[in-house]
Design a protein around this ligand. Structure first.
Ligand code: GAR
Length: 215
């Protein structure tokens, strides 16, 4: 797997993925880390891991489409054959999704399909407001439908009575860092298949994630 990461912010998920690669928990070659902003933490993460970082900022292009055309060029020039969105705060244009069919994953800080559509910390805030007792994170395949592609993996956390957006986000983030490298591994090892819009994973590890393992 020649992996590119696309991020917008501090880059803690990018760091978790690159750490997993460095520690041989994920067999992938990190070929690029692209951001849609300058001076964000994710670019420092790229530097620290010796991964080529590319800031492709909206203000250098006449339109979002032109900006994303450049993102696609950089992806293709880097040799990426798989893409991980890690805190990307824009919507990928359909021409990028089409260039990597079923080869782009995203992580979202809720148990989808609940609280889809927003960018952190909106999903966590909405979960608190709704009074749900369990929330978590979801890794899913990116399709043209926002936050609605086939679900690869989820991890649940309790929502505690005195939680703030910050404390709930931190609890979810810990699970994100565990879940995302694992989900990428299933794709790197060719253990994930998409059948009728659902992801089937051929791995005992995936069974161990769920409270009720299959018999
Ligand atoms: C993470 O919580 C991720 O799930 C969320 O942004 C945060 C990025 O943090 N993504 C979304 O909200 C996507 N809709 P990070 O920059 O530290 O990885």
């Amino acid at each position: 797997m020649n992996l590119a990461i696309i991020a917008s912010g501090r880059g803690s998920n990018a760091a978790a993925i690159l750490d997993a690669i460095a520690n041989d928990r994920l067999d992938a070659r990190p070929v690029a880390l692209i951001t849609n902003r300058e001076n964000v933490g994710a670019l420092d993460v790229a530097r620290a891991h010796n991964v080529p970082g590319h800031a492709i900022s909206r203000r250098d292009f006449p339109s979002r489409t032109a900006q994303q055309r450049r993102m696609l060029e950089v992806l293709q020039d880097s040799g990426a054959d798989f893409v991980a969105l890690a805190g990307f705060d824009a919507i990928l244009r359909p021409f990028i999704v089409a260039a990597y069919p079923n080869r782009i994953l995203n992580i979202h800080p809720s148990l989808l399909p609940a609280f889809a559509g927003g960018m952190a910390p909106v999903p966590q805030t909405d979960a608190l407001r709704a009074g749900v007792k369990i929330s978590g994170c979801t890794v899913h395949v990116v399709t043209e439908d926002l936050d609605a592609g086939p679900i690869v993996a989820q991890a649940a956390v309790s929502v505690l009575p005195n939680d703030t957006v910050g404390s709930l986000s931190d609890r979810i983030l810990e699970q994100e860092h565990r879940l995302y490298p694992l989900a990428l591994r299933w794709f790197a090892e060719d253990r994930a298949r998409i059948v009728d819009g659902r992801v089937l994973i051929d791995s005992e590890e995936s069974q161990a994630l769920w409270p009720h393992p299959a018999p």
